[in-house]
Design a binder for this molecule. Structure first.
Ligand code: RIB
Ligand code: CA
Length: 316
């Protein structure tokens, strides 16, 4: 089955790995990329999305999106994790292509309306573009095929605060709108992505299998790996954003729980994601806003890594 997707991203080192998968996998039709602030500023995000498509020698529309959160004050981008240029501060060529004239929300609404029921939105950064697209076309939830979000954490704890995952923390108001909308949505959060470690030997295979993107993937990984070694004592990195595509293509590698999602938008716990399991009644209807969602609560980490490596070495 071919998946027609729009990839919403803040590239970012792990985003770049996932973009390489989206560009390479034979069962993915990449309709376009929409960019957001998050790991980097919006200009850097757009530059990196354009550059990766160019280097892959594919003509993929890139629509620029959110430069800031909906409500809160933007946090500075984590240059110590992804590099100030979003790709490990490695030398990068200039881009020769430009973003399309539509904004990211306009691009999403146009593409979904052109192919109702066929388009999957895969969002791996803060969710401002999807929230704005919902505002632009409130009927969107009935027209998308599905939404896959990399973000959140139910039992795993946070990676930016003790309770909040980065994409949710960076724009909690947008996250609340997206995770509580009436559309079919799967959340691939830290409960799943922390079970997956892209080790150096696997990355070496990927570099060898990607003649066009190999240098960027390998050298940006080296920067990201140093952060994981220092901050988490892990020799490798969690390929968070590639896990969203792994769920889409290989859902059997993940353990799902169904329920209602909510996001804390203010105060100490801002960005925390909460799950009210479908299987239980709760005292207050506030816990069941919007349609029930599919939430990844675990993953077969080695099998996910094997899928990532297989995808990127088989489709160079
Ligand atoms: O928490 C991990 C997520 O935040 C990933 O999408 C990573 O790229 C950053 O955006
Ligand atoms: Ca990301």
């Amino acid at each position: 089955m071919t998946h027609a997707i729009i990839f919403d991203t803040d590239p970012g080192v792990d985003d770049a790995q996932a973009i390489a998968i989206a560009l390479a996998h034979p069962d993915i039709e990449l309709l376009g990329m929409t960019t957001t602030f998050g790991n980097v500023t919006i200009d850097v995000a757009t530059h990196n999305a354009l550059l990766l498509a160019e280097l892959a020698e594919q003509q993929i529309p890139v629509a620029q999106g959110a430069a800031d959160p909906m409500v809160k004050t933007k946090n500075p981008p984590p240059g110590h994790i992804h590099g100030d240029n979003g790709l490990g501060n490695i030398a990068l060529p200039e881009t020769t292509t430009h973003a399309v004239s539509q904004s990211a929300p306009q691009f999403i609404v146009e593409q979904v309306n052109a192919r109702p029921g066929e388009v999957t939105l895969v969002a791996v950064g803060p969710l401002g573009n999807l929230a704005a697209a919902l505002q632009l076309d409130p009927s969107l939830p009935r027209k998308v095929k599905q939404v896959v979000v990399m973000g959140g954490s139910i039992r795993e704890g946070g990676n930016v605060t003790p309770v909040a995952e980065a994409n949710m923390f960076n724009d909690p108001h947008a996250a609340a709108r997206v995770l509580q909308a009436d559309w079919p949505l799967a959340l691939v959060g830290l409960d799943a992505t922390h079970r997956c470690v892209l080790d150096p030997a696997s990355m070496e295979k990927i570099v060898a299998g990607q003649p066009r993107l190999g240098r960027i993937l390998g050298e940006s990984y080296a920067f990201y790996r140093r952060f994981y070694q220092q901050a988490q004592g892990i020799d490798g990195c969690c390929p968070h954003d590639s896990c969203a595509l792994a769920w889409l293509l290989q859902p059997e590698l993940f353990t799902i729980q169904e329920g209602y999602l909510s996001v804390i938008t203010d105060g100490l716990a801002e960005g925390q994601t909460l799950l009210a399991p479908l299987s239980r009644e709760f005292v207050d209807s506030r816990w069941s806003i919007g349609a029930a969602k599919q939430v990844c609560m675990d993953a077969n980490g080695p099998a996910v890594i094997e899928w990532i490596v297989d995808t990127l070495t088989r489709n160079g």
